[in-house]
Design a protein around this ligand. Structure first.
Ligand code: ADP
Ligand code: MG
Length: 690
């Protein structure tokens, strides 16, 4: 077939270079925005719009505000050179009733383009006075071919070298390119039933809204699509999961477990264990997330699941994010399972090669029934005799693929995930795959709630005195700082950094005490060393960054000072605070902040009076918005869109019921008319799983 022309059908997966006006150079700029395909370009939605549908008269333009004015050119002055590299041109424009003076700095080409007598729209901040309005270097919008103006001008997220105008032009060409063989992935009857506009209309109007209601309809359809696709993807994932037989647990009776424990399980722990037993005795593998506040007793619940697996002849593995946490779990589980006949071993990076070999042998022969460790437990050469349960602690510290790597070691082991970070349900399943959630919403009896105070730095000395009093009584404490070293973030001299602060305290106020330093830039071995010293009581006061956030359990530490508290997320503060209050005495958390802003004050007051992690997470979401809540933890293309789910319950519900309906008709999405949906749903699953 040499020389034959191949007619390429352009679809959304075609390279962005197929779009007229996009060459190699521009494609490289788009790559910086994460855009490589035509579909990617079309899904680069405007972040905002200039609304040109209102009153565009000079009279309506308010001084001090960003306004759009529709006016014709009355007079152009000659360009004046002010000094080297700075020139200006003045242009008088009029809407027929009033004039406005527009000044352009270094914009010779723009000014040369303006034709006297022609009409344009000028968009910028109005200065001057009511009697003599002015604008400086406004955005100039030219009329279209028919001499009219668009109602909305899209504004896009940009990268150096790209302007909103360029993107708008490329998007327009992309829409044209696609319109030749457009196909709505959503079957018409579903779309009409759900009251949604078509996908071509939606894409056109998200970029080039005809009017307000078209924009609303477009947004609804696109948000629906995101949720719908994720829901479909997850449902397909689930049905795949259900076709695999889980490790077979015949005997789901866990009543014997409670009798082994030195305490009585709380109601919430019992309920959660019941749910786990039910999951494990089903014909397909469990995938359950157990959320519970710090100290709620998640490890005891995990012990119950491990006990049940063992009772049915299966091994278990527990994976923790750090060596220290793994050791801690090993200790805790040794105590909790002391009365059982479960043999356990600890496998971490610091185990000698010889011991490692022995442990691996014990695992593959089935002599060891519970393996606890860091990700060393998922190394390729660790083979289990009969793995039935995988427990991961503090999941968000693991890549999801690590969990899947581990899951692939058994035929289809049951998965149990423990997390102290409350995540809304929809987001949890979008991030971790289809799963069930149990919430341990009750603390063991007899806990003394931590007292939290909010102070400003003027009385920091008194706070130091309070810390010393506790150290003198033989207790330990933490001081937490937002930065590791100075100058990490320029232009914020008020921020306290751990390295300098520890030095200062060691040589000053706390010179009579042993002060340790812990931060994320230290070598792992040094971190482990200092934590061990702290756990052993050899370090009295630990100056640290947020590295202590997860799981460290030193019951003798009863006081925590947090510097620049306004710099932390509320959920993060709650996690940090959970490092104290783990013993039998009253513990304290002192938040130091000089932030005076209303939101900052509201947030800090919330954390000071609220002790429920879930409520704190909700307040955090409400005050900061979901994008911020997840901070830098999540990024990538899927994010913003997944997070939209949180914001629109009506659309979520609609998407969910619609997806269920569709799957009843075509569970595997193998019908021709569902091909595009299936392809998209699979992409979502890949995104989530990698
Ligand atoms: P989490 O992992 O949820 O932060 P842990 O499982 O580490 O909490 O439990 C915290 C402490 O409480 C441990 O020392 C544990 O032995 C103890 N504990 C757990 N459940 C109970 C209970 N029902 N009654 C009393 N103490 C409990
Ligand atoms: Mg724990």
């Amino acid at each position: 077939m040499a020389g034959a022309e191949t007619v390429r059908k352009i679809d959304e997966n075609a390279s962005v270079q197929y779009v007229r006006g996009v060459g190699a150079q521009r494609a490289a700029l788009y790559a910086k925005l994460g855009i490589s395909t035509v579909g990617g370009l079309l899904r680069h939605y405007p972040r905002d719009y200039i609304n040109l549908s209102g009153d565009l008269s000079v009279a309506a333009a308010a001084v001090g505000e960003k306004c759009a004015v529709r006016a014709f050119i009355v007079k152009k002055s000659r360009e004046q050179r002010i000094r080297a590299k700075l020139s200006l041109s003045k242009v008088v424009v009029s809407d027929g009733e009033n004039d406005i003076v527009v000044t352009f700095f270094n914009m010779k080409y723009t000014v040369d383009d303006l034709v006297p007598g022609e009409e344009y729209i000028f968009y910028g901040t109005v200065s001057g006075s009511v009697l003599r309005k002015e604008m400086n270097s406004p955005l100039v919008i030219k009329p279209d071919r028919e001499g009219g103006f668009a109602k909305y001008i899209p504004l896009y997220s940009l990268t150096a070298g790209l302007s909103s105008k360029m993107i708008a032009a490329n998007v327009n060409n992309a829409l044209e390119l696609m319109s030749e063989n457009w196909r709505d992935p959503l079957p018409a009857e579903i779309r009409v039933n759900a009251g949604l506009c078509g996908s071509e209309f939606a894409l056109r109007n998200i970029h080039q809204p005809g009017n307000e209601s078209a924009l609303t309809a477009a947004r609804e359809r696109l948000v629906f699509d995101e949720i719908f696709t994720v829901t479909l993807g997850m449902a397909m994932e689930r049905s795949k999961n259900r076709m695999r037989a889980g490790a077979v647990i015949r005997d789901g009776d866990i009543s014997g477990f409670g009798r082994l424990l030195p305490f009585t399980l709380t109601g919430a722990q019992q309920r959660t264990l019941g749910e786990i037993a039910e999951d494990m005795t089903r014909s397909y593998p469990m995938n359950r997330l157990v959320q519970g506040d710090v100290g709620s007793g998640k490890t005891a619940v995990a012990a119950g699941a491990i006990w049940l697996a063992h009772k049915n002849g299966y091994q278990s593995v527990l994976m923790a994010p750090t060596e220290l946490l793994a050791e801690q779990h090993f200790k805790t589980l040794s105590i909790l399972l002391k009365e059982s006949d479960i043999t356990m071993e600890l496998l971490t990076g610091s185990v000698s090669a010889k011991e490692k070999r022995q442990i691996k042998e014990n695992i593959s022969s089935g002599k060891t029934q519970l393996l606890i460790g860091t990700h060393a437990v998922i190394e390729k050469d660790v083979a289990f005799e009969r793995l039935g349960l995988v427990v991961t602690d503090e999941q968000h510290r693991f890549g999801v693929h690590q969990r899947f790597a581990l899951a692939s070691k058994g035929e289809a082991p049951h998965l149990l995930t423990m997390s102290a970070t409350p995540i809304p349900r929809t987001l949890a399943s979008a991030l971790y795959g289809e799963l069930e959630v149990s919430v341990i919403d009750e603390l063991p009896k007899g806990r003394i709630p931590i007292k939290t105070y909010l102070i400003d730095s003027a009385i920091r000395e008194r706070a130091y005195g309070f810390v010393k009093k506790h150290l003198d009584e033989g207790y330990q404490g933490y001081i937490v700082c937002p930065l590791v070293e100075k100058n990490e973030e320029s232009g914020d001299p008020g921020m306290i950094s751990a390295v300098e602060y520890a030095e200062e305290l060691k040589n000053g106020t706390f010179s009579a005490y042993s002060v340790g330093l812990l931060h994320g830039k230290m070598k792992p071995a040094d971190k482990e060393h200092i934590m061990r010293e702290f756990a052993a009581g050899n370090v009295q006061l630990l100056v640290a960054t947020t590295v202590i956030e997860v799981g460290i359990d030193v019951p003798n530490s009863v006081i925590m000072l947090i510097e620049n508290a306004e710099r932390f997320g509320l959920s993060q503060l709650h996690q940090l605070r959970g490092r104290v209050g783990r013993g039998a005495v009253q513990s304290y958390c002192v938040l130091i902040s000089d932030a005076k802003g209303e939101t900052a004050q509201k947030r800090l007051k919330t954390i000071a009076k609220e002790t429920d992690g879930l409520k704190i997470a909700q307040a955090d979401l409400a005050l900061r918005g979901p994008g911020d809540f997840f901070g830098s933890r999540q990024h990538g293309e899927a994010d913003g869109r997944i997070i939209e789910m949180l914001e629109n319950e009506r659309l979520s519900e609609l998407a969910r019921t619609t997806a269920e309906q569709l799957l009843r008709e075509d569970p595997e999405l193998c019908m021709e008319k569902h091909a595009v949906l299936r392809e998209r749903a699979q992409k979502v699953v890949e995104l989530v799983n990698c």
